[in-house]
Design a protein around this ligand. Sequence first.
Ligand code: SAM
Length: 216
Amino acid sequence: MAERQPAERARHWRDVYSAREEAAFTWFEARPQVSLDLIEHYLPPGEGATVIDVGGGTSRLVDALLERGYGPVAVLDIAPTALDATQRRLGPDADAVTWIAADITGWDPPGQWALWHDRAVFHFLTAERDRAAYVAAMAAALRPGGHAIVATFAEDGPETCSGLPVCRYAPASLFATVERISPGAFRLVEGRRHVHVTPKGNRQSFQVTVLERQRK
Ligand SMILES: C[S@@+](CC[C@H](N)C(=O)[O-])C[C@H]1O[C@@H](n2cnc3c(N)ncnc32)[C@H](O)[C@@H]1O
């Protein structure tokens, strides 16, 4: 299968978010409970509770993080149309968030966060060089001891999402991929399975891997 070039990828996602409302997407969650539970477990809100949601799209995770007192919070997405929609939903609260319109495979983190969250983005990276760029960005963006929560389709999950092919993982294979690219940069903390029910009632198997950035 031909690899998607960054410009084509950006166009795809811009068009996706221009065409429909958030609740029409298969990945929509009225309340991102699995993510919130994990984030609260690994990073209680308060001083230094900085979070970046990578490929956040129009997810309501940012709303819930602000309500709980996390910050600074950053949301990165390749689709400015998604960031615009999320900002409109948040209203004045949007000013408390750092909005980053970027392709994660070409992004050089300007700082560090305590927690990296990604739900359903890494699995779109089907080329090793894109995965390598992602892992390099994740390693640079996380402070030592910080956690990455990476949710992807599980090995028995769908083979495509939004019309694009995906790579499916178990926590062990996701960690092996990260370790192959950046040996010793992360420790596998935990992995769990989760079944997401889409707005139309279809079931999708996810895995969620938690990694800890190692002090070097
Ligand atoms: C399936 S959606 C998930 C959105 C959100 N994480 C959620 O759980 O609702 C995938 C998101 O990743 C974004 N995305 C896809 N490829 C990306 C890339 N290379 N860099 C940054 N964002 C990307 C898309 O624009 C989209 O918002």
